[in-house]
Design a protein around this ligand. Structure first.
Ligand code: CDP
Ligand code: MG
Length: 706
């Protein structure tokens, strides 16, 4: 405690709006099972509330768990709070995100992603180790937060239930920056709403003229962002700039361009405010190294204007102090279910008007600010929806439905959702789970499904790993699964000469792995780097990201641990007659038979899942130059621009998927709609079988084709 007082004496946290309400906030948590807390971004909810609860003795019986939809936020905030509480990160204060657990026995304030909490609920539905669960950033409406919210409501909905299966009651605090709190409170037994009074200063917003409804090319808006940022830097008074862009590559190219342009600014003549003497450009995105992220929060040196070029992460998850100017691209990178290809894909879409207001608001925290929108009024009116659609209504629910089923929630349609997903999304999820043999025709979780839910991976990939384990060749699949779980393995330099060199190195790695197989190339990269004496130097030589590889090594170890734990249970044993390359691809087919494509006319392929989508090989695939020789292929992911591209693929033999492909058409959505509602009776089962026998033709093939 004395350490805390030392921090408090610094006075910083006392200046946050939440400090004024400290005593009543603690009391409100004491008085209720559920509590909704609303307060502007930056008011101190995420960093302070858990500390208040800690000081008030809430950790006597159990831990305080705080969820974040984004992993970077969980890590950064935990670091900050550990500093404030003057303890080593991982001791009293820690974090857990997928594949990275920085907690210990003594951790009592634990920041984690909502996905991690969902996994904990799976292992211990009453969360017996926790005294308080704080669901943070609920307004973001991430899929996992929505599901956890439903589960907490279901399990702890009245005072008697709050202690069910536990020795002391659980407290649930739900925090939001913007969302309709009435709706949240109504959802949680009409619980109290605690508002943190905040003061916002006015922000003047202006629209640009360059970006209209047709200007969706990234090069166009990146150029406009750079131009506007430089204009603001030279013509506006001192104050930091926050730029909202879409993703890592756009942010990096914008920063490069900005850096070049900023070098030619003559500070004697070009800048309006003579106290401004330089520009400090800082990129900020999720997969950035943590030490670089720290810089974002530090005040710039005197006379220097800080300019942070960020993804949406800076909209509400993390607050940067000192921002006076916002430059808004109007776009965001979002995971959406694409019915044309029948998969979830990351795509760049216009933000909602509501989101645009949030972004603008970042400029008005400590004084009046300005927001420069690079898009025009027409774009605002015709392209931007009023509100962002919650993730649960726009992404594939396969993994979540499996988790719910494993938790004994059979009726996945009548589960208490804050906003119901469309029934067809639930049915799609059930269809895929059935195709993967994770559930049976009656909607019950199978043995394989129980194993699958243990892995924090895409279910298809898990299925491939489990297949490999049955064949005793998990050493081939685990590294591939790990490599597919980390982003950006290959470096793609902007400079054309260097790009040529990188391409050659990457091609050599592909050849080394037998060629023509992107998955095998990933395995080769993993193994070659791991067996090298100087792995980081090996990466540099081969134009491979060392940080991503390091993470892949750790992910592989963790997947291996999960497998070891499961292998103690009975595990089927199978055999396969073929060489190593065939073995790898055969195992992959077990999980990727939903992503099979066959060469169509010319150089394009056609998917086999009933959508019959025309796809092209992405230029970044090492197979893109050898299209002519390929016939049947499986692929890992899809990118949609003006065309549909597949990336990370390998050729297969038709015989390997011949028996699996019919499964894609075997079950129809009408059957599943009953399965979704409840466990199915024998009588109904017989009815289906009869109906099915009457209709030979598959019905689901074109369900999604629009
Ligand atoms: O959660 P909420 O948006 O209400 O506020 P918060 O994240 O707790 O932020 C409170 C203050 O801590 C803000 O002034 C942030 O800028 C600051 N903070 C920081 O300096 N470094 C971090 N890693 C996180 C927060
Ligand atoms: Mg927060």
């Amino acid at each position: 405690m004395s350490k805390l007082t030392r921090w408090d004496s610094k006075d910083e946290s006392k200046r946050l709006p939440i400090y004024q309400t400290k005593a009543s906030l603690i009391q409100a948590v004491k008085d209720s099972t559920f509590l909704v807390v609303i307060g502007e971004t930056g008011s101190g909810k995420t960093t302070q509330l858990p500390q208040y609860l800690f000081q008030a003795g809430f950790c006597k019986d159990g831990k305080i768990g705080i969820t974040q939809p984004r992993r970077v936020a969980a890590i950064t905030v935990a670091q900050r709070v550990a500093e404030e509480m003057q303890c080593t990160l991982g001791r009293q204060v820690g974090y857990q995100v997928r594949f990275d657990d920085c907690t210990s026995q003594g951790t009592v304030v634990k920041y984690m992603t909502d996905g991690c909490l969902l996994r904990e609920i799976l292992a211990d539905p009453v969360l017996s180790q926790y005294s308080v669960i704080v669901l943070d950033e609920v307004h973001e409406r991430s899929l996992n937060t929505d599901i956890v919210l439903g589960l907490l409501k279901k399990n702890f909905s009245n005072p008697a239930q709050a202690t069910k299966g536990r020795s002391f009651p659980l407290k649930v605090v739900v925090m939001s920056a913007t969302m309709e709190t009435e709706k949240l409170s109504a959802f949680l037994d009409n619980c109290c709403i605690f508002s943190i009074p905040g003061k916002m200063f006015p922000v003047t917003c202006t629209f640009g003229s360059a970006i209209g409804p047709k200007d969706t090319e990234s090069t166009t808006y990146v150029k406009e962002i750079v131009k506007t940022t430089l204009d603001v830097h030279t013509s506006e008074m001192a104050g930091d700039i926050l730029v909202f862009l879409t993703g890592q590559s756009e942010i990096e190219s914008a920063c490069d361009l900005l850096f070049k342009k900023a070098e030619s600014v003559d500070y004697r003549y070009d800048v309006h405010d003579q106290t401004v003497e330089g520009l400090l450009i800082l990129p900020f995105y999720g997969s950035m190294p943590t030490d670089q992220q720290r810089q974002i929060f530090q005040p710039p040196p005197a006379g220097i204007r800080k300019c942070v070029v960020a993804t949406n992460i800076a909209a509400t998850s993390l607050t940067i102090n000192g921002i006076k100017y916002i430059i808004d691209s109007g776009f965001v990178k979002q995971l959406n279910h694409n019915s044309r290809v029948g998969m979830d894909i990351l795509e760049v879409v216009p933000i909602s008007k509501n989101e645009a207001q949030q972004r603008a608001g970042r400029a008005g925290r400590t004084s009046a600010g300005k927001c420069f929108r690079i898009y025009n009024k027409e774009f605002w009116e015709h392209c931007m929806p009023e509100y962002t659609v919650p993730e649960i209504q726009r992404t594939r629910l396969t993994a979540v439905v499996l988790t719910l089923k494993c938790l004994g929630v059979h009726d996945v349609i009548r589960f208490p959702y804050l906003d119901c997903p469309e029934e067809r999304f639930i049915l799609e999820a059930l269809k895929q789970l059935y195709q993967f043999d994770a559930i049976d025709r009656r909607g019950r979780v199978t043995r394989l499904g129980e194993l699958m839910v243990e892995f924090p991976l895409y279910p298809g990939l898990t299925r491939a790993v489990l297949k490999a384990t049955s064949l005793g060749c998990q050493d081939l699949l685990l590294p591939v699964a790990a490599m597919l779980s980390v982003e950006n393995i290959f470096i793609r330099p902007g400079d054309p000469d260097k790009q040529k060199e990188a391409d050659e190195k990457h091609r050599a790695l592909s050849t080394k792995s037998g060629g023509m197989n992107d998955f095998a190339t990933l395995l080769t990269v993993f193994q070659s780097c791991k067996s090298s004496d100087r792995p980081s130097a090996w990466c540099k030589d081969n134009w491979v990201h060392w940080r991503a590889l390091k993470l892949a090594f750790s992910v592989e170890t963790q997947l291996r641990e999960i497998l070891l734990r499961l292998q103690r249970k009975d595990f089927p044993i199978e055999t396969f007659d073929g060489n190593k390359s065939e073995l790898l691809r055969w195992c992959l087919c077990a999980g990727y038979f939903t992503n099979v494509a066959r060469r169509s006319v010319g150089k394009v392929f056609c998917t086999m899942d009933g959508n019959g989508c025309i796809v092209n090989i992405h230029p970044s695939s090492l197979l893109s130059e050898q299209k002519a020789e390929l016939d049947w292929i499986i692929f890992h992911d899809v990118i949609v621009t003006s065309r549909v591209y597949i990336r990370t693929l390998c050729p297969i033999h038709y015989e390997w998927v011949k028996d699996l492909l019919p499964k894609l058409h075997e079950v129809n959505v009408y059957e599943l709609s009953s399965v979704a509602r409840e466990e199915v009776t024998d009588e109904e089962m017989i009815k289906w079988e009869k109906r099915k026998a009457a209709k030979r033709q598959p019905e689901v093939c074109n369900e999604d084709a629009m």
